[in-house]
Design a protein around this ligand. Sequence first.
Ligand SMILES: *Cc1c(COP(=O)(O)O)cnc(C)c1O
Length: 346
Amino acid sequence: MQTPPPNAFLTVDTAALAANWRVFAAASGPADCGAAIKANGYGLGAREVADTLTAAGCRDLFVAQWQEVAALGLLPQGVRLAVLHGADAADIPFALSINAVPVLVTPAQVAAWKSTGRPCDVMIDTGLNRLGLAPADALSGLLDNLEIHTLHSHLACSEDRAHQLNETQRRTFAEICSKIPARRLALANSAGIGLGAPYHLGLTRPGIGLYGGGQSPGIMPLQPVAALSARILQIRDIAPGACVGYGATFTAARPTRLATTALGYADGYPRALSNHGRAHVAGIPCPLVGRVSMDLTIFDVTDAPQVAEGSFLDIDFDLAETAAASGHSEYELLTGLGARYARIYR
Ligand SMILES: *Cc1c(COP(=O)(O)O)cnc(C)c1O
């Protein structure tokens, strides 16, 4: 059966993705530079992201859950895949059947994993108070007789260069690491890499910056990776005074040409962009008018008379601007992109 043509495209610029990884790899100095590809590669497609980054030289990938490992399939020789939520006893049979290691996060996980005799990673919580062993547990002897490959911690405030918790966490981690044997140490996410060499240790774990987002001070220049376009389902001309969309939140002030596109909040295009978003046609800005609905969004194309039903509008999706306009974080914007896009890699 033939598949119907798509209504919206999510275009992933794999050259930009690879270039962004090289920027972080260079900024990481002698440390290995990995990549967080959890949540389906931050919404862009974990398999394709993994292929692109491993071809660029990345040797350490991170997902959150074992389901994500299964979805990823085979990776090239020499690539190490680690699972940030660790492995509960019930995960161990699957974990042992596949080429990925857990980042153990609780004393119960450590106890269960010891029986496998296999190497693993361990996460120490040094102040985020989210997921990982408390320092006291890590130093209690719990980790004796465990073969730790990479010992991790994760920063709470790396986006705020001046925050004192950065240095507090770094020191706490250094103190713990001096007492626990591990082959490699890792602390920095994208923004953490920008905090400088003392944070790089043996491995860095950038995520958002690879996908063109996040403010990582001192890490420049990052290129946008994701672009959206949506099909115009209908064009309509309305008179001044006519209103648009649910709740009638927009009223035309001039004779106005509207383009209704096949894109909505079900595609992760934020409803908060109602009357704030924008599209472009051949460089001409087309403001979003009225409310974003589940499957439809309407743009004012009065200034772009060349558009026709069935053609596509380029939807502005600059991460920093869209985050500011919508109140969503750049992480939410990327990971919220829905399943209906045709994802194009080039
Ligand atoms: C998601 C994640 C990262 C990547 O963080 P970014 O802010 O996206 O760079 C790194 N380390 C851990 C433990 C994570 O959960």
